[in-house]
Write a protein that binds this ligand. Structure first.
Ligand SMILES: [Zn+2]
Length: 296
């Protein structure tokens, strides 16, 4: 590990969520010698029109592991059935144990506002686990963390009840090859299920040699709405010339329910990104809490 090593934990709902939404940042971490652990909380068994659930789950576990290998990251796929993730107590405990055992500096996850119930559940689970990871009497058999990790939300385009605020803006054009190589490992998804769902299965080339170029264009088509949605943030971050032209970006919003990060810490956690300084933290400091408890 690098001397100034950082630890990134990505908690996604499905195998492929992490690379689709945060593949650029994960690649940057590994290029710099930082540790990356990707976890899919569900087994992905729902993601197909023809493959039966059990075989698909096993296949997707191997696809995810291969995607992790592209950048040298470990990729765990939990055994919770796809489409059935809930923010229940046993799963919250599992998330707390995962965060405590990996000791991340930064956790990335979905927002609790999303089209997919599994995505919403992961966002809720991480929110529920965020403070408790430091509380010794919660899961007393598992040593607590001395401080919360910083938690940030991966990009999405949903606007209700509120749109994602781009507090971190990252041009990932240079990481494109790496992101596409990771996505290409999820063959049952990017070359089968997702094009099937979109009604473009016939577009997917037969020949393996042509598949990557097709996927690159597919990914570009899917990333352009993200770039357009956050265009004003890209222009503010990179200036009108570069910011006006970026096609591949990742943006992140900090969770208010985990550790606060000042600007230097934000910049350290998001290497090469443009970060906004924080607004005042809504969480009281220990000194403020103590003051509140004083009699009178
Ligand atoms: Zn997903």
């Amino acid at each position: 590990m690098a001397e100034d090593g950082l630890r990134l934990l990505i908690l996604g709902a499905h195998p492929d969520d992490a690379e689709y939404h945060a593949g650029g940042l994960a690649s940057i971490y590994r290029q710099r010698g930082h540790e990356v652990l990707i976890v899919s909380l569900t087994n992905g068994q729902a993601g197909h029109f023809a493959r039966p659930p059990q075989g698909l789950a096993e296949l997707r576990r191997r696809e995810a592991a291969a995607a992790g290998k592209v950048i040298g990251a470990e990729y765990l796929t939990w055994d919770i059935p796809d489409g059935e993730l809930t923010a229940d107590l046993p799963t919250r405990h599992r998330v707390i144990r995962q965060i405590r055992s990996f000791r991340p500096d930064l956790v990335l996850t979905h927002r609790p506002y999303d089209y997919h119930p599994d995505h919403r559940a992961v966002g809720q689970l991480v929110q529920d686990a965020s403070y408790l990871v430091t509380v010794p009497n919660v899961l007393a058999d598992c040593p607590p963390l001395t401080r919360d990790p910083v938690v940030a939300y991966m990009p999405d385009l949903f606007s209700k009840p509120c749109p994602l605020e781009a507090e971190v803006v990252l041009d990932v054009t240079e990481q494109l090859d790496s992101i596409v190589a990771m996505l290409a490992c999820h063959r049952t998804q990017v070359f089968e299920w997702l094009p099937y769902e979109e009604g473009i299965l016939a577009e997917v080339p037969e020949a393996d040699g042509e598949k990557t170029a097709w996927l690159r264009e597919w990914y570009r088509r899917h990333m352009l709405p993200r770039a357009e949605r956050f265009r004003a943030d890209l222009v503010a971050a990179y200036g009108p010339q570069r910011g006006g032209r970026i096609e591949f970006c990742e943006v992140y919003e900090f969770s208010q329910y985990a550790a606060a990060a000042d600007l230097p810490r934000r910049e350290r956690l998001f290497p090469t990104a443009i970060c906004r300084p924080p607004r005042a933290s809504p969480r009281a400091t220990p000194a403020q809490i103590a003051a509140r408890q004083e009699p009178g």
